[in-house]
Design a protein around this ligand. Sequence first.
Ligand code: ADP
Ligand code: MG
Length: 695
Amino acid sequence: MNDETPSAAERLPLTTLNRVGPRVAERLARLDLHCLQDLLFHLPLRYEDRTTLVSLGTLRPGQAARVRGEVELAQVQFGRRRALLVRIADGTGALTLRFFHFSRQQQQGFQRGAPIECFGEARPGPAGLEMVHPEYRLGIQSEQAATDTLTPVYPVTEGVRQLTLRNLVNQALHLVTTGRVTIHDWLPRELLQRYDLPPLTEAVQRIHAPPLGETSAPSTEPLRRRLAFEELLAHQLSLRLLRARLQQYAAPLLAPPGKLFTSLRGRLPFSLTGAQTRVIDEIHADLARGQPMLRLLQGDVGSGKTVVAAAAVLQAIEAGWQAVVVAPTELLAEQHADNFRHWLEPLGVSTAWLGGRSAKSERRATLAALADGSAQLAIGTHALFQEEPVFARLGLVVVDEQHRFGVHQRLAMRDKGVDGGRRPHQLIMTATPIPRTLAMAVYADLDLSVIDELPPGRKPVTTVALPSRRRDEVVTRVRDACAEGRQAYWVCTLIEESEALEAEAAEATAAGLAEALPDLRIGLVHGRLKSEEKKAVMTAFKSGEIDLLVATTVIEVGVDVPNATLMIIDNAERLGLAQLHQLRGRVGRGGEQSFCVLLYREGLSQNARRRLEVLRESQDGFAIARRDLEIRGPGEVLGTRQTGELQLRIADLLRDQALLGDVQQCAEILLANHPGSVEPLIARWLGTRTRYGDV
Ligand code: ADP
Ligand code: MG
C-alpha cells in the first residue's frame, strides 16, 4: 500500500492487509469475503458494551460484561466433560471461568494472584456465576477504559476468529480514514438529496464502531438508514434484473377459446367468487402473451386457489401443451391428484402421478407418457423433478404452497421446461399472506395476484385456547362431536423438526385417545407412513370411515374434508401463527359451525399468550400475518424465501417498511438513468452468492 492515489475498495484483495496470507484469505472466502469492500460491508450482527468495567458483585446472570479481577485458583475438573475452572475475585465478588478446550500453556498462565480482564456472558453455574470461554487477557491493565466505542460482533465461520475479523475490519477502516482506500458511492447526488441520504463512507465507519449508547440514538439512525436503503435497493435491483432477463425469453402462446374451462366451470357445484374470476382473467391474459408468466397467487386458506390453478392448466392443455402441478408434501400432492382427476378426466384430459415413492415400473411408465406427450398433466411432489423427467411440450408449471419450497427447487422445476430460447409459464401459489409493500420488496421478480374474498357461506371457526390440564374436557368434546356424526382432527406438534420423533408423539397420542374414546374409529397419519398407507387413511377419513384423525402437521396444507368441524391442536404454543392459521383452515370448510381448540402447556410466555390471542380474535390471514410480523419479525413469517435467500445484513423489513416505496422508485430511476450503478450495487450487497442462477 505505498501507492499514493487512493484505490477503490472493491479492487483490493484481502491479501493487501497485514496478517492475511493465502490460507487466511481462503477461509475468509468462505464468508464470501474477497476484497476490502466485502470486509467493509461485512456488518456487525450486534454490539457489546466493553466501555465500562462491571464489578463482580453486581454481575447478573445473562449479562455480557467486561470484568476484572485476580486469579484465585485454577484447576482441571474431571468428570463427564473435562474442564479448566479458573476462579477470579475482585473484592466485591467472585466468578468462575470455564474452559472446555485449553492448552497446557494456557493453564499455566493462570497463576494465583495474576490480574486478569475478561469479557463474556455471565451464567449461573454450580458454584455461583460463570463465564464459559470468555475472551480474556492476563496482566496489569491500565485503569483507562479499553475503548470508548461499542465493540462489534461479526458473523464468523470456522477457522476465522472474531478477533481476527475485528482486526481486519479495523485495518480496512484505517485505510479508509487515512484516505488511501475509497468506498465509492454509486448513488448520484440528486438521488442522495431526494431521499435525504447521508454520506456512505461515514455510515460505514460509524456502523463498525458506534459510540457508546448510539446504536439506536437519533444521530446514528440516518446512517443506519443509509445502509439499509442501499441494501434493499441492491436486492430490488437484482430481482428486477432477474425479471428483465426472464422477459427476454419467449413462452408458449396459450390463447385457446377456453372451451375446456367453460365446461369445467359448468360442472362445478359452486360458482366462482368475484376474486377468483378476476385472478383467472389476470392469468389468462399473461398466458396469452407469449412471454413467460411469473405470477404469485396469494389467497388465504380456503379461498379456492386450486380451481384457479385448474383454469390455468386447462388453458395450457387446450392450447396443446403439457402442464405440471407440484406440491410440497406427498399428502397435498395426492389431494391435488384426486381433485384434478375428478375435475379434468371427464373433460378427456390425461393425468399422470409422480410421487417420491412410486413403484419403479409405474414411474417408468409415467415418465414415458410425459416424454411422448400422451400425459397432458403431471401432478406430484418436487421429487417429480429431482431426476430425469422430460416433457414433450411443457407449457406451464404450477407450484402450490411455495413458501414450503426454496427458490432453487422452484428453478429446478422450471428448468425442465427450458427449450432453447423458450421458458414455460409459472404460477406460484401461497397461502402466506404478506402485506403488499413487503410482497413487492421480496417478490419484485413476480407479478402478484390476490384472492381477497372467501367463498360465501363460510362461518368463522370458533377458536378457544385452553390449558392442557383441561384436556379431559376436550376429549369429551371430541366424543360428543363425533357422536353427532361430525369428524375431528387432533394435531400433535413438536418443536424439533424430526419426523421420527413427531411420528412417535402422534402414535402415543393416538394410543391414549383410543383408550379414552373406545367407541370412536381413530386413524393416524404422519410423515413416516408409506404413501399408500397415508392415502388409505386419508381416503377413509374423507369417506367418513374414520371419526378422529390423529395427525402431525403433515396435514397443514391442502387437506379438504368439509365434514370435519373440530380441530384440536396440542401444544399450540409451539407453532407460529401462520402455521396455526393454516391448520385451523382444515375446518370450517362446510356449512356447519366449526371449532378449533388450542391446547397449551401451563406457564406460557407473554409473547406466546399474545400469539394465541391473535388467533382467537381473527380469522383473516392478512391481519394475522401482520400481527405475526410484529411479534416474530419478517424472517420467520416469510419462510424459506426470506431466511434462505433474502438474507439482509442491516435492513430490517419490518423496521424499514417505510423505505420500501422509495427504494422501488429509486431502483426504477437507476435502471433508467444510471444503469452503470446497477451491477456494482448488486455486487456490493449480494456478493458472489448466486441466488437464482441463470434464468
Ligand atoms: P385453498 O385456497 O386453501 O387451496 P381450495 O382450493 O382447497 O382452497 O378450496 C377450498 C374449498 O373451497 C374446496 O373444497 C373447494 O372446492 C371450495 N371452493 C373453491 N371455490 C369455491 C367457491 N367459489 N364457492 C364455494 N366453494 C369453493
Ligand atoms: Mg390449497
